[in-house]
Write a protein that binds this ligand. Sequence first.
Ligand code: KIV
Ligand code: ZN
Length: 401
Amino acid sequence: MDDHVIIFDTTLRDGEQAPGFNMNLNEKLRMAEQLERLNVDIIEAGFPIASEGDFFAVREIAKRTKKSTVAGLCRTKFQDIDRAWEALQHAKKPRIHTFIATSNIHLKHKLNKTKAEALKDAVAAVKHAKSFCNDVEFSAEDATRSDYEFLYDIFSAVIEAGATVLNIPDTVGYSLPWEFGELIQKLNENVTGVENVILSVHCHDDLGHSVSNSMMAIKNGVRQIECTINGIGERAGNAALEEIVMSMRTRPDSFNCDTKIVAEEIYPASQLLSEITEVNVQPNKAIVGDNAFAHEAGIHQDGVLKNALTYEIMTPESVGVPCNKLVLGKHSGRNALNDGLTKLGFAVNKTELQEIYEAFTALCDAKKKVTSDEIAGLARKIHSKSKKIENTENQQQFTEA
Ligand code: KIV
Ligand code: ZN
């Protein structure tokens, strides 16, 4: 089995679809450049038929992208596929990504189609896409709530029609990790020709399992993961790229595969997305949140000062975070306070440190956040007080002598 897990980034398509994450052309181009620095294998640049804006963004990204494959999304309608190809045609490596829903609930209430009709549409769409480009991905929307027998049929049929990638979306984030793993296993056993295509997953986070489901998929032979920076996407979002990549990097003992992502570009990508969309990352977000490498508890700070491995399973630098943060707050100990004072330029003795520590904890009890200016103020006050005492003692010694 191939040990390369393909990263298919859909920040600019599924991510951008989410409320509050709209990006204009220039912003999308900046983001696409950063995705290339990150070395993602595929950039899903948009849904060309959805709007003029999407069309032009996909077209520009397709023209400018040097290394990554550029994908455009389309339904199975021929006009969608034609429009997608119009946008993608100048890409060095284009991919047409076509999809149709396969669950009973979507077929009945959304599409008003029978399974046979959906299968026919899917096959026709793949053949049509194939007339433009060799790289064609087919997605069975709402796969995890679909009849498995129907998934076997439709996937086998689109492989025969020429699909090169089969995507299994957990569109509404409904699946549990063990169920999802089992589904992949069953697809591997029952889809005709599956050994000739790449299996992909696209997991949403409605129950918070998107990354775990993606991990289970990898364990069961999936070699393409669809994900987004900061986990943005429809509703609760998609699987977060940074969590997927760093799970594999941090636990090679559990994976016989890896991605080609340049991990040091993860944090810059996360920051750029926040800056562009003006949406902050939640502080406790894994890998890229403000607190991901911050320590406030005294015992933790003491451990990190002695050896960061005590409370960090990866280095901040490995994901592009400048350095870890020892946050000085009411849970901090004397060691961390001393470290903070040194960084602020104060060399204090044991008695002074104790005095500053007492004043500092009293201030922490009174306030939510104590700033470094306030800490410096305390240090200055206590420092000059002990200087005065020192001078008086010296004077006394002088007088006595
Ligand atoms: O969530 C989903 O099913 C999708 C597909 C179009 C891949 O975004
Ligand atoms: Zn999606």
